[in-house]
Every structure is written in C-alpha cells, then in structure tokens.
Design a protein around this ligand. Sequence first.
Ligand code: ADP
Ligand code: MG
Ligand code: MG
Ligand code: MG
Ligand code: MG
Ligand code: MG
Length: 714
Amino acid sequence: MGLLALGTALDWPEAKKQAHLVRSWGIKQLLEIWNKAKGKERDAMLWGDEVEYLVVTYSKDDPKVLLSLRQADILKALASDTALSKAKCAPPLPDGSNAHTSQPPPVFHPEFGRFMLEATPGKPWGIEFKELLEVEPNMRLRRCIARDHMRANEYPITLTTFPRLGCPGVFTEPFYPVSGPRLRSQFVPDEIANPHIRFPTLAANIRSRRGRKVQVNVPVFRDEKTPWPWKDPTVNYDLHQWPEDDDVRNGAAPDNFIHMDAMAFGMGSCCLQITFQAKNINEGRQMYDQLSPLGPIMLALTAATPVYKGFLADTDVRWNQISKAVDDRTPEELGEKPLVNDRWRIPKSRYASNSTYISEDPRLRPEYLDPDLVIDEDIKQQLLDGGMDDRLATHFAHLFIRDPLVVFSEDLEKLDLSKTDHFENIQSTNWQHMRFKPPPADNSIGWRVEFRPMEIQITDFENAAFAVFMVLITRVILSFDLNFYIPITKVDENMETAHARDAVLSRRFYFRRNPFPTSSSRTARSSSASGASTPVVSRPPTPTGPVEDEYRLMSVNEIINGSAYARATASYSNLQPADSAAAGSTSASSPEQQQKQAQAGDENDDDFPGLIPLVESYLDSVNVDVATRCRLAAYLDLIRRRASGELWTAARWIRHFVARHPAYRRDSAVGEAVARDLVAAVVQIGQCESAGQELRSLCAEQVPGLEMLLGGLR
Ligand code: ADP
Ligand code: MG
Ligand code: MG
Ligand code: MG
Ligand code: MG
Ligand code: MG
C-alpha cells in the first residue's frame, strides 16, 4: 500500500467534497516532478521485489489453523531489532560466500490485512548477473527474520489467500465478532483490517461511495457431489443491524457463486511485485508498454488461488476478486442508472488491468489504444498546458477520473509543491497491473515501472525464479528492442482468460506473432537499448497490414517456450494442439528428447520464438559465468516446465491436495481439517526449504504432490 500519513481522515461524503481540490493539487504536484525529472538521464538499472505474507498460527497438536492479527506487534518487534537477527538467519550461500553482507537488513511493511506482512530487500538490486543469485537467499532471510519475531506457533506463509477467511466460527487469533461499522461485513470483523486510520477509512469510503457493500462473487467449482444450483450456505439473509444487511436480500449473492462482501477478501491476498528503474523516462515508458501484454500470461502462469471462504472456486487467480473488493463505482458509473450526478460510465474498477499504453514508440499504432478510454479532459488540458505530451497526459487524465478515497483534512490547508502526496493519493489507489512511478518529490531516484499481476508462490525458490525471470525478460526487451504490442483491449480479454481453472494449460491468449523490430522501426528508434546484438532468431520485417494479422491465439507454453517446444510437449496440456499431426504424438519421450524434437522439428512460418529461448539467446550474447548461468537455468527450468504443464501451478497443487484429503467430500467445501492440513503442508514446505540438503528429500516425501509442484526440492 502507499504512504501511511497521519491525520484526520474525512468520512465520505466529506472527502467527496474535497475530491476536486485533491485532483487539482495532485496534477500540480505531478507537473512539478515531471518538469524536474523529465530530462533525467542515466539512472541505474535497479530493480526490487516485494513479497507479501499471511501470518498464520499452526502447531502440530492443534486441529485448527488461524490468521494471526498481530501484525502491529510483529512490525514493532522487527523495527526495534536493528540487527534483525541477520547472523542467525543468514547462513552462507551454497558456494560458501555470504552474499547477505552486501545488503542492508530487509525492510518490513504493513499491508491492508492485519494478518499480512510485506518484505522488500534492504536496497534495490543492481545490474550484475551475480546479484540475481542473491535474491533467493535474501527472500529466505526475510522469511527467517519475520518468523524470528513471531510467537512459536506463528508462521509467515506465502499462500495468496487464507482458505477459511470469512468462514462461520473462529478464523482469527484473537477472535472478534462480526460485524463492525467500517466494513459492515457479515463474514469478517472490522478488526481484520490494519487499524491504521488509512485502511478502515479506505474500506468504509469505498463502501459509502458505492452506496452498498462490495460484492465479491466467485464462481464455485462444481464437484461430483456439489449440490446444484449451489447456494452459498454461509450467507445470512436475516441480519438487520446495518442498512447494508439488505444487500443479500437484494440479490447480492447469486446462485453458484461464493459470496464475499468486504475489501479484506481482495486486498487480503498476497502477491509478488517487481519494480524496475529505467535509465530515463522514455525507457520507462517503453518498459511499461512492453511488459503490459505479459501481465495476463504471468498471472496465468503463477496461478495460486483456488480457494475462497472455505470453498473451491472455479477460478485459479486472485485478480478479479481484488478488483471487485475495491470497486467504488456508483450505480451511475456502473451503467445501472442514468448519469445524473456522476460524470462518466466507467468500464473498470480502479483495481484492473491497465487501459493505456504510454510510450512514444512509433511502433505503437493508434489501433492498439482503447477508443473508449475515459479521461478527464480538463485534467488532460492542464497537463498539456504544463508541457506534457499528449500520450502521457492521456494516461494520467485517465487515472485522475477517480476520486481520492482517503483525504486528511490537515493536508488541505495549503498546496505543498515539495511533496507528491495528492498525486500519490490518486496514483496509488489506481491499482492497475502495471504502474508507472515518477520519481519522488526530491527527485532522488529515477522513473520506475512496476509489474504487479503475479501471484505469490509458496516457496522462495519459486518467488525468486519468477522475479529473476521478469528481470531477464526486461533486459531482453530492451536489448533486442522487442515489440509485444497488441491492442490493449486484447490484454483485457487475456486478463479474463487468465482466471479460468488451469488457464495455463487449457486456454489460449492473444499474443503478438512477431516480436522482432523491423529494420524500419529500428532506424526510426534512435534510442534503442544498450548495444546488444540482435537475437539469433530473426525474421524479415512484417509489412504494416491489418492490426488483426499481427497477433493470434497462443498457449502459455507457446509464448514461454516457443512454438516448436510447445508442439513437442503438447501432451502435457489440456489444449487440442492446432497442429493435428502433433496431437497424435505420444507422451512417452522424456523432456530432453522432446526438447531435441522441438529443435529438430519443422519450422513453421508462424512460429513464435518463445520468451525463454529469447532469454537464452540474450544470455548467450552477454558475459555470464558458468556457475551463474547454471543457477539461472534452474529458475528458467521451473518456468519452462510450469508453462508446458510438466509441473503444476500452486493452484493445481492445492486442488490436488484438497481432492485427495480424506475429509474432503467432493462437495466443493474446504473444511477446517483440510484447511489445517493444507496450511501444515505449506509450513512444512517452508521448513523443508530452509532445512539442510539431506532433510529435504525426506521432507518432500511427506508432502503429497510436492514433486509435481517443484520437480523435487532443490
Ligand atoms: P510500493 O509498495 O509502493 O510498490 P515498496 O517500497 O513497497 O513500494 O516497494 C518498491 C520496490 O522497489 C522494493 O523492492 C524496492 O527495493 C524497490 N526500489 C526502491 N528503489 C528503487 C529504485 N530506485 N529502482 C528500482 N527499484 C527500487
Ligand atoms: Mg504490498
Ligand atoms: Mg510495497
Ligand atoms: Mg507498499
Ligand atoms: Mg503499493
Ligand atoms: Mg508494490
């Protein structure tokens, strides 16, 4: 979450009355920093990850697992321990060195859920390849330090959601009854949110602005014995404490959906975010655009969220649930009522995939932009008058269609251009899958781009793998000047597609056929990146034709591993391969044989090279020592095998865990015993990961299906 300012937070509609002022001051602050920083050059290629944790209670003899609401105490303990138990938690690296010494202690942050923590490295990572190998030990260090400041029965775990958040009965420690004045939820108490005034105000003002509670409805997974039509048995239709208790009587909880009614069901989920600093604003804008189409692909590939409120969902990822959990749109903005008081119909929640491209790249064809983009024309004009170019002005004028949700009266006394608080107020409550981050007011660091769609993974090995992969992809994009543009509305469609159960294997996504720069676009783009050679695989320039011809549907396997590899490994996927000859191929051969087949296989004119092969040719073109290359290969291998279906996503592993549990009745309900054992397994995986080598295989044997998740614990 953004900054934690202190002060008197205005309730809605007092905050609403100040919205215009906040926006106009926010725009002035944006122009101030833009004018200061637009010409900045040669900022270092830094990057940083954010890992979010749930804090759970678990002990061997306890039949229940709970969410621990001790975030504040844990953060206090962490803050007062300046040495941060580094020595205890920082064992030497496998090669005997101690990489942790180069990093200051990690930083721990509060999050929305009072059962959550966030941890970032002590300082951003640099450009050296060797530093990529520090990420995983640093993530383990963070987890170890966090755990070391908890009670004996508390654990930081990296499941995206707690399987029984919002279930009837007790699911938090300590217990608080529902329902409170801020959330008015019938499932979770107000105490579920971080008590800092910002968070309950955010939740309450979203609810007030909407005029009813948020409605987070997730399709339930229909198993053999799931009653159908299914009615969420945990919904209470007889509450009469708050006006909002009418919501369910007015149809908020449709059949066949798991019904949730509070921000905590969305913002209480954990993700893995990566922020990159660009050398200048133009490179930042290029990174923003080129990473955008990768968002849904990486969402599907990191899928880890198959359970909500004690039920199996028919979706695998958290994204839309967060989107609905913070959707503050009014009935007018939603198109349910004629526009009278509000200014626009708004097609998306403020948490949604991004709707703009922002680069001035000549390869960005106008057809890729959304013709129906809603923007605040006055704000755009102010930005243009302030000297900003049309495309970036459009981007911010789109973000600024939203009202500020948390307004502190102290901040409205006078405009302070040495701050960016009003700008950040709007910017940081536009939760899109990419975020373009201008430098802070003091201009001390550069333009940054944040990649936000990925789901948190169970182990630090996986989290490091996905973080490192995104770093390598970013370098490849810049070095090879790759072009992943497709119409932004197709990125939206892909985002929806990514929600499907096992989308990684069962769905296809729109993706650009030819990612290579054409010779004409290369000359047009003088600013192309860092002098690296062109990729090994290259193609004749595509003449400009209809936009629809530039992209086609591809599986995640094809996008990640390339068409040839995807044909050879089609046996893992639930897709009917487009090429029916490949469909007949048997699955008997080993992955190595398949890779060979793939390399030998007939090249097709429309073959996509694959992101991993592109990373490999990038790594070939730069100087990486053998040891580093070897360790990076383990990360790429995980991603390759997840994409091909040889290994499972966390979502699939969790479904498998639930399905084979003796207490599961094939009725979609994830009861206390199942949830307890699932959390126990995740805690155990964490212990296996930090255990010595000999313990690991033994440990892994005790966790069902772990081999399918990780391909054996390293
Ligand atoms: P937010 O929650 O707003 O995204 P955080 O401070 O929690 O921001 O995390 C931002 C991430 O960006 C951290 O991993 C941090 O290490 C990293 N970071 C900080 N400064 C830079 C920088 N100059 N360039 C790139 N990454 C940075
Ligand atoms: Mg966070
Ligand atoms: Mg953060
Ligand atoms: Mg934060
Ligand atoms: Mg944030
Ligand atoms: Mg972030």
